[in-house]
Design a protein around this ligand. Sequence first.
Ligand SMILES: *[C@@H]1O[C@H](CO)[C@@H](O)[C@H](O)[C@H]1NC(C)=O
Ligand SMILES: *[C@@H]1O[C@H](CO)[C@@H](O)[C@H](O)[C@H]1NC(C)=O
Length: 334
Amino acid sequence: MRPFLLLGFLLSNITATAAIEPISTSIAVGMAAALTGFLATYQNVFYYFHECCRPEWISFNRTGLEVALDRKLFGQHVASRVVQKAVTGFMNNKNPKKPLVLSLHGWTGTGKNLVSQLIAENIYKEGMASSFVHQFVSTAHFPHLNQIEDYKSQLQQWIKGNVTNCPRSMFIFDEMDKMHPGLIDCIKPYLDYYEHLDGVSYRQAIFIFLSNAGGEHITQVALDFWKAGRDREEMKLLDLEPALSLSVFNNKQSGLWHTSLIDKNLVDFFVPFLPLEYRHVLLCGMAEMSAKGLKPDQDVVDQMARDLVYFPKSEKIFSGKGCKTIGGKLDYYT
Ligand SMILES: *[C@@H]1O[C@H](CO)[C@@H](O)[C@H](O)[C@H]1NC(C)=O
Ligand SMILES: *[C@@H]1O[C@H](CO)[C@@H](O)[C@H](O)[C@H]1NC(C)=O
């Protein structure tokens, strides 16, 4: 508030000076110019310290995303490529016809949350803490079936309100497969190709859905590859897509939301996350140790990784919980 008081004071002084001494109008003009300069500076200073819906706070760092995916996401060559392409294409498009909608699929601990975080960090200066990034976890935010009508209107208001404030808003929906179909229905209009919806355009927004749906089928494809002696890195999106859509339509629990979203082509990219192998858990462990400021110790990480549970029972190839919980486990081993 104080700068405004100061401005008011300056303004009244200028007027007074100009009225008493017409000769000094040039001085007043000079002061007014200075004032305008001050105003602009004040505004810039304000924008500098306070997160705003402006390029200073929201700008895509393509290299940043590439480097982050490369350094922090392990064993997900397909997801990494799809995400990089999808986000880069969307952010470079001045006139997208619809918001970007990504659907990330795979077992827990395979990196879905990490990827949403990396996307947020390379678009918003404040990353996940940005006031333009909104995360909803089905079981935490919408737990009660009998309140579904309230949730619906609340969620619609939130999306509308936030996109009105800042068109480049990001919404992350975790545990999408546990979300009530009615809630999914109520967000569908925002994902669509409308130019405006009640005067608001949603075309700059980003929606990310996370779910375990399709995890089993993705794992089966990975297992088949392994059994055939083929290199995991040979796996292409094309190899995984059928498994994903099949599982999507066959699985009663997750079928509902998928069917309605797929039917209308509202999801731009389905991103499969592969089950992680022992070697990937090692990489996660080493990265986790550095992140904690510890010296990465192969022996410690190795021991931790060995004690995890792997599946299928006979082959023991994939980590049951991926890289989840290793942060806490490492504390125990160090
Ligand atoms: C983008 O990311 C790269 C790699 O992390 C970093 O070196 C660079 O400073 C970032 N650029 C901006 C403008 O933040
Ligand atoms: C934006 O979304 C948040 C939830 O993430 C909500 O609390 C807030 O009220 C919304 N803002 C508006 C203006 O609707």
